[in-house]
Design a protein around this ligand. Structure first.
Ligand code: NDP
Length: 381
């Protein structure tokens, strides 16, 4: 039986992970659960899965949770320290990283330091500190198993198959596919939250609408698969059936297909190296219709090119791209800026930044704060 610590258990990935565990009780048990502030759902999850520890981001949330769980023996922790302790809990065999944003970085590093294999959904961890995370994972001999559907697909396509020439990273195109800049002037957060194929948390859904998500995934892939960004071609594939493809040096292209259900990549990571049955409908291969592949419109969706540039520049630049994007997306979700401002804010923060090569963890957090501050001041947020 694998014991799992789940970081971000109240989110979209977290709840789907618990759904897999609920249906495979004989294979998994839960030893830790964490959330930001959703104490009512965390209480419900804790009563059902009976972890040893639960952790939340703030002291206030922890005080509320302590009252809610007073009749149980579950330990309630708080803050960065509490999240890191939950991530590295001794009992865990594997830690699933599904906190959103750079807030997930330190807990994932704690789990690596404690020798836990990582099922990684939190792409911002690799975007901001990929070199440090991958080096530490190598040093501690822990596996980083991708949960992002595209990276899971690439991982599955690559397994033991030889030298790769190119990665085709697929993108649904999001809710604004086919629109030009002028048509995006006045779109609202409500419009951007209507993703055509995937049901996900708010931040990644906005990132999908701006193609920032694909940009972050390009950077994530460079770290996971040890390639430079110029070996990655983003392909718009509206049907979200091919989850990515790999071309090998002999010209063969291997693709991974499936329905748009995150439970498959989560299950691949949790069960690795074996596969386990998932209930639900499998892909109706005759019902898929035509599969289409197109080049992305980078004039309209500028975040993609900005991410390629940040990846090439390296050092602290991907952290700046990520920090400015997190701040801008939060502003957009709160109605404080327009959709098209997101890329302008990120570009401004990148132009303003002096890159630090081979950054330490503290350089990374400095670059993140600088980018967020730049966005707040420049755009009067
Ligand atoms: P959600 O917003 O649905 O969930 C985020 C989780 O993180 C929640 O449990 C939330 O707690 C917790 N959280 C938020 N802020 C903090 C904080 N400061 N400290 C501690 N915990 C915090 O996000 P998703 O599940 O959609 O995404 C999670 C990660 O997985 C992201 O990095 C995303 O890019 C990646 N991913 C997601 C996919 C998806 O299908 N959803 C697909 C591929 C990757 P609370 O509920 O209390 O706010």
């Amino acid at each position: 039986m694998k014991k799992v610590s789940i970081l971000g258990s109240t989110g979209s990935i977290g709840t789907q992970t618990l759904d897999i565990i609920r249906r495979n009780g004989e294979n998994f048990s839960v030893c830790a659960l964490t959330a930001g502030s959703n104490t009512s759902l965390l209480e419900e999850q804790a009563r059902e899965f009976k972890p040893e520890i639960v952790a939340v981001a703030s002291e206030d949330a922890a005080n509320d949770l302590k009252v809610r769980l007073a009749d149980t023996a579950i330990r309630v922790l708080s803050g960065e320290e509490g999240l890191c302790e939950a991530a590295a809990i001794e009992e865990a065999d594997i830690t699933l990283g599904a906190i959103v944003g750079i807030a997930g970085l330190k807990p994932v590093l704690s789990a690596i330091d404690a020798g836990k294999d990582i099922a990684l959904a939190n792409k911002e961890t690799l975007v901001t500190a990929g070199d440090i995370v991958m080096a530490r994972a190598k040093e501690k001999n822990v596996k980083i198993l991708p949960v992002d559907s595209e990276h899971s697909a690439i991982f599955q396509c690559l397994e033991g198959r030889g030298e790769l020439k190119k990665i085709y990273l697929t993108a649904s195109g999001g809710p604004f596919f086919g629109k030009k800049r002028a048509e995006l002037e006045n779109v609202t957060a409500k419009d951007a939250l209507k993703h055509p194929t995937w049901s996900m948390g708010a931040k990644i859904t906005i990132d999908s609408a701006s193609l920032a998500n694909k940009g972050l995934e390009v950077i994530e892939a460079t770290h996971l698969f040890g390639v430079t960004a110029d070996k990655i071609q983003v392909v718009v594939h509206r049907q979200s059936i091919v989850h990515s493809m790999v071309e090998f040096v002999d010209g063969a292209i291997i693709a991974q297909l499936g329905s748009a259900d995150m439970r498959t990549p989560i299950s691949v990571a949790l069960n690795y190296p074996v596969r386990s049955e998932i209930s639900g409908d499998s892909l109706d291969i005759f019902g898929t219709g035509n599969l289409t592949f197109e080049k992305p419109d980078t004039d309209t969706f500028r975040m993609l090119e900005l991410a390629f540039s940040a990846s090439k520049m390296g050092g602290t630049m991907p952290t700046v791209l990520n920090g400015a994007n997190e701040e801008a997306v939060s502003a957009f979700l709160n109605g404080k800026c327009r959709f098209l401002d997101i890329a302008d804010m990120v570009e401004g923060a990148m132009e303003n930044h002096k890159i630090k090569e081979n950054p330490s963890l503290s350089d990374i957090f400095c670059a993140d704060s600088e980018a967020r501050e730049f966005v707040k001041v420049k755009f009067k947020l």
